[in-house]
Design a protein around this ligand. Structure first.
Ligand SMILES: *Cc1c(COP(=O)(O)O)cnc(C)c1O
Ligand SMILES: [Zn+2]
Length: 430
């Protein structure tokens, strides 16, 4: 298997100037974000459905359209997560053709961040960094810590102090250095920009960001391939910095350009999902603008809690251009969303997935998506990382234990159904 990529390099999003390949945070001339551009034409006829099918069951089957260095030998089977038909959730919310892209089971750390980190660290190695890092709302921290350990790189990770305990533990266990910052994600991010510069470390979402962000395209490639090389009508995507939603669209456009999927009669519509407690992008979309007004986050969906999103303006713009929409939901709705997905489809997602599920229900209820359209919802993280969000939902957790007797079981079952327990009470055996 040849993992070499089509020729690629950094380009400025604003002025278009090219910068080759190196760790660079922004365009030195206009300070705009950088994006990887490819020599797509040279992939025509080479990057085909057949060549992809011969690749491994991981994101590396799409290596030709990822920024991976010459001679790169992938080590980890990241991605290629299940796309499953969600008929029971669909029936509940009035959607007849609904799919879940389930990155709650992404390898190795159970969130879609494993995709972006895999691509970023391939480049960190090539650039010669011995230490990598990130500013993170949780999942990125887990993924950088795990994959750095595997590659023998040192990791230094910065997080907001109020992160969920499971996400802190899931970082420390890999031996990473974890630093809690007294502030929100936007404070953490500003500090990490200074650190990356001062210490010459590879920060995946700072000086490696352009490479990192391309990893998100693989969600789009997989959706298309798993639908039988077809694009859906709609995609519902949770938004933090606004990068994932943009890259899924970029992936679809590349596939259309290369003739791997048919150009749909109507452009795929993108629906962004946020928590009301941190909704700068959805607020902009609802106002019909790409003017992002930063917010101070206050929500249980901590992995989405970026108040000043780096790709917010671009995300709002692309959502509006294709006729999509964005919605946001309250913390109470987020918890219901987590429960609804678990109860209907057997998938336990973290709070971000609760956001996506609840927003999807709202979009169907409001008629923004018609019942018969093909819609994919992106579940991006695992519920075991945010169990504290469900505290108080299940008093069974401290229900009394019964004796190992059938009679006790019968009586207990009746009591759960709201009937009295006559025998136990009569014999005074409690
Ligand atoms: C980071 C993250 C997102 C959103 O990512 P952006 O690309 O920053 O918009 C969505 N879901 C989960 C679980 C995440 O950790
Ligand atoms: Zn520029």
């Amino acid at each position: 298997m040849n993992y070499s990529s089509t020729n690629y390099e950094l380009a400025c999003n604003e002025c278009g100037k090219r910068y080759g390949n190196r760790p660079l945070s922004a365009c030195p001339d206009c300070l705009a974000p950088l994006e990887i551009v490819y020599d797509l034409l040279s992939a025509k006829g080479v990057f085909t459905r057949d060549s992809i099918a011969r690749g491994p069951a991981s994101i590396w089957r799409y290596a030709r359209l990822l920024p991976v260095p010459e001679g790169f030998q992938p080590d980890l089977p990241v991605g290629f997560t299940p796309l499953i038909r969600a008929s029971r959730l669909g029936a509940r919310i009035g959607a007849s053709t609904l799919y879940v892209k389930n990155d709650a089971v992404c390898f190795p750390t159970l969130s879609f961040k494993d995709r972006v980190v895999a691509v970023a660290l391939a480049n960190a190695q090539k650039f010669g960094f011995d230490t990598v890092g990130c500013s993170s709302t949780g999942n990125l921290a887990n993924s950088v810590a795990a994959q750095a350990a595997r590659l023998g790189l040192k990791a230094c990770i910065l997080v907001p102090a109020d992160l969920e305990p499971a996400k802190i533990l899931n970082t420390l266990v890999y031996g990473a250095r974890l630093i809690r910052i007294d502030g929100n994600y936007d404070h953490v991010n500003r500090l990490s920009i200074l650190i990356a510069d001062e210490y010459n470390w590879g920060f995946v979402n700072v000086n490696l960001r352009a490479y990192y962000a391309e990893g998100s395209k693989t969600v789009g490639y997989e959706i298309a391939e798993q639908l039988g090389w077809r694009l859906p009508d709609n995609v519902v995507v949770p938004m933090a910095g606004g990068s994932l939603i943009r890259k899924i669209r970029k992936a679809f456009q590349e596939l259309i350009f290369l003739g791997l999927v048919k150009k749909p009669a109507r452009p795929v519509r993108f629906f962004g999902a946020q928590a009301t407690g941190c909704s700068p992008i959805s607020v902009a979309v609802k106002d019909g603008t790409d003017d992002i007004i930063p917010q101070k986050p206050n929500t249980i969906a901590r992995s989405l809690a970026i108040g000043n999103p780096a790709d917010g303006a671009a995300a709002a713009k692309m959502i509006l251009v294709d006729g999509g929409w964005a919605e946001d939901v309250s913390d109470v709705e987020i918890v219901s969303g987590v429960q609804e997905l678990a109860e209907t489809e057997g998938i336990f997602t973290e709070t971000a997935g609760g956001v996506t599920t609840a927003v999807t229900a709202r979009l169907y209820a409001d008629g923004r998506i018609a019942p018969g359209e093909t819609t994919v919802i992106c579940i991006t993280g695992n519920g075991l990382k945010t169990t504290d969000a469900l505290a108080g939902c299940y008093d069974h957790l401290d229900a009394r234990a019964i004796r190992p007797r059938l009679a006790d079981f019968d009586a207990y079952l009746r009591s759960l159904d709201g009937e009295p327990e006559p025998e136990l009470i009569a014999t005074g055996e409690r």
